[in-house]
Design a protein around this ligand. Structure first.
Ligand SMILES: NC(=O)C1=CN([C@@H]2O[C@H](COP(=O)(O)OP(=O)(O)OC[C@H]3O[C@@H](n4cnc5c(N)ncnc54)[C@H](O)[C@@H]3O)[C@@H](O)[C@H]2O)C=CC1
Ligand SMILES: O=C(O)C(=O)COP(=O)(O)O
Length: 602
């Protein structure tokens, strides 16, 4: 497995793989909208290009990387198209049809199994580099077109089929029985399986892959339920599946199949606590991401018999350590991240990628471009802080949703003193969509694909402009309000009088601030993490919560208290640099005057 980690001084340290914690060292004033999040394929256009002239294209939110790319102007796109015949290095296996497309456009060389050093030295003599997820590109040459190989429609079907393959193979001990017979044994009694018909399968995450798994499982006679706090219930009904709460799903299922993305909310969501709520003898399938399971807790659950069997395609660390207790467990069936590995998926994806690469090299705008231009640079620089605010508000609003009928209706209200023709809200809308979709999905959202992605997810976005006649048009936007209707919230105080989750923010001193939540006015900078508490408005509350955070060595960065009427209810919004541990959070919840609280990562 190669790792391209170039350290030449001319290279800008721009991205790194998820497993590495290093961050971009190029301090850019550009908002996170311009961050690339997936690097399975990268193309370096030409050494002579400077960084500003790279088109960064991203197909999926697969391998998380941290990088920042300046937005392109239309001139940059023209420059891309004037590149001479490119030379393309393919360092991992790419489908033949994709190679043909590339060969029809440039000079292609396939050099597999290069050492990191060899790859690093080779890169400089090529215009383009194409890798799969086996290569970690940790530094970016000044001019890169970056494409991700994964997450096309073909992958969805492939992953769903693999989920079903693991489900059926596990229930009939296919892998274990195969190993046994090859070891010269004939153990018919040992490998008696369990039937699937009439059993309940809980699909956790009813997105592209989950819904396809559900469809197929129903076809083999299973009773399918699903948990997905953000999926529209009508979409589930159309497949004949009931959406249920997390606890209901895990406590009633005989089989649990995981199809949610790895996010701060889903990280290790299957842990000692949640395993203890499952039916004894439950069977678990994971074709999503290893990190959603606490793997040590799964070993304990297998040993105690809570989990009878597990079938895993993905692991926290890939490949997992050889001595991994989980992988070696006799009731565990494993495959080496094969979900997307069918000939059809690989060919289909290879063609799409190759066409997109060629398109990018021709200077065409890809719907997966991370730094796609569409907004004039002057407008972009004026809107930059509002872009950050818009994304944070979307991110915050979606984290407050806990269930209901799925996220369907989002209303955005802009208050502005500008003439309607003088405020282009497309970028802000795209960022709100990005903020709402990315924390809960495997999709990558940018300016070009935002509206399409929202539509695909069944999200209706309505925008309203409220003219601020008595204020100065010096600033483009006075405030942005995001409302999500028909949903339940994990923080009831975020629900406004119109029964919607409603949050509002402003840019203050160039920084995004939360200024209203539900009916409560607050004022807290949207940075780092946020702890929201609703409490009885009485003396000593700030001190008590502050002390509990201090005991946990958590530093408070901002704090604000808002109330409707004095000495009744108040909301305390506390910005914290670190994440309080579960004990500290439990202690905060145990303070008698605190009626509800929620911890959110921004
Ligand atoms: N093993 C493999 O080779 C492959 C793995 N995958 C992985 O499968 C997963 C699903 O992929 P897609 O279906 O394409 O993504 P998707 O974005 O279409 O669906 C994910 C669904 O999970 C839901 N979700 C988000 N947070 C949740 C939570 N806390 N609880 C329950 N549901 C939640 C979202 O609302 C969404 O409906 C991703 O992690 C993806 O990376 C996808 C393809 C191949
Ligand atoms: O599309 C996905 O989410 C995948 O996990 C596919 O990963 P791969 O490139 O086959 O290692």
């Amino acid at each position: 497995m190669a790792s391209a980690s170039c350290t030449k001084p001319t290279f800008i340290p721009a991205f790194t793989s998820a497993s590495s914690s290093s961050k971009s060292s190029s301090k850019s004033s550009f908002p996170s909208f311009l961050k690339s999040t997936s690097i399975p394929i990268s193309l370096k256009l030409s050494n002579s290009y400077n960084f500003q002239r790279s088109l960064v294209v991203n197909y999926a939110l697969k391998t998380t990387v941290s990088s920042q790319f300046p937005v392109l102007t239309s001139k940059d796109l023209e420059s891309l198209s004037s590149a001479s015949t490119p030379t393309i290095l393919v360092s991992e296996k790419l489908g033949g049809a994709g190679l043909e497309v590339l060969r029809s456009f440039g000079k292609v060389e396939c050099l597999y199994d290069l050492s990191p050093e060899e790859l690093c030295s080779k890169i400089s003599s090529f215009d383009a580099l194409i890798v799969r997820s086996g290569t970690k590109v940790t530094r970016q040459p000044p001019s890169l077109v970056v494409l991700s190989l994964m997450h096309q429609q073909a992958n969805t079907v492939a992953a769903a089929e693999h989920g079903i393959a693991l489900l059926t193979a596990m229930s009939r001990n296919v892998a274990q029985a195969d190993a046994s017979i090859k070891a010269g044994k004939w153990q018919r009694n040992k490998y008696v399986g369990v039937s699937l018909v009439g059993k309940t399968l809980a699909v956790m995450g009813f997105g592209k892959v989950g819904s396809e798994v559900a469809r197929r499982a129903k076809g083999i006679g299973m009773n399918v339920i699903a948990h997905d706090p953000y999926a529209p219930s009508d979409r589930a009904r159309a497949v004949g599946v009931d959406l249920v709460s997390f606890d209901q799903a895990i406590s009633t299922a005989d089989f649990i199949s995981l199809h949610m993305p790895l996010t701060p909310t889903t990280s290790k969501v299957f842990n000692d606590d949640t395993f203890s709520k499952m039916k004894k003898g439950v069977r678990l399938i994971n074709v999503a991401r290893g990190g959603v399971i606490d793997e040590d807790a799964l070993v304990r659950a297998l040993e105690s018999g809570i989990v009878a069997q597990a079938a895993l395609d993905v692991f926290t660390e890939e490949p997992p350590p050889k001595e991994s207790k989980l992988v070696q467990h006799e009731n565990v069936t494993v495959t080496p991240h094969l979900g997307a590995s069918t000939k059809e998926a690989q060919e289909g994806v290879a063609i799409e990628i190759a066409e997109a690469v060629v398109g990018a090299l021709k200077g065409e705008l890809s719907a997966t471009a991370v730094n796609a231009p569409m907004v004039a640079p002057e407008v972009m620089s004026e809107l930059a802080p509002y872009v950050v605010l818009a994304e944070k508000l979307g991110r915050l609003a979606v984290q407050l949703v806990t269930g209901g009928n799925g996220i369907k209706f989002v209303k955005v209200v802009y208050r502005s003193a500008r003439d309607p023709d003088d405020l282009d809200t497309r970028l802000l809308r795209a960022m709100i969509i990005k903020g709402i979709i990315e924390p809960i999905s495997a999709s990558f959202v940018n300016l070009v694909n935002a509206d399409f992605t929202a539509k695909q997810k069944g999200l209706h976005i309505i925008e309203e402009r409220i003219a601020m006649v008595d204020s100065s048009p010096e600033f483009p936007v006075h405030s942005i309000q995001v409302q999500i209707s028909n949903v339940d919230s994990k923080f009831a105080s975020a629900i406004s009088e119109n029964s919607q989750i409603s949050i509002e923010g402003k840019v203050k001193y160039g920084m995004p601030h939360l200024t209203c939540m539900g009916s409560f006015g607050v004022d807290v900078s949207l940075e780092g993490n946020l702890l929201l508490c609703r409490q009885v408005d009485q003396p000593g509350m700030i001190g008590r919560v502050g002390n509990l955070l201090a005991e946990n060595n958590v530093n408070v960065s901002f704090m604000s208290v808002g109330r409707t009427v004095g000495r009744t209810k108040a909301i305390m919004a506390i910005g914290v640099d670190e994440e309080p541990d579960c004990i500290a959070l439990r202690k905060i919840g145990d303070v008698p005057a605190i009626e509800e609280f929620v911890f959110l990562k921004l």
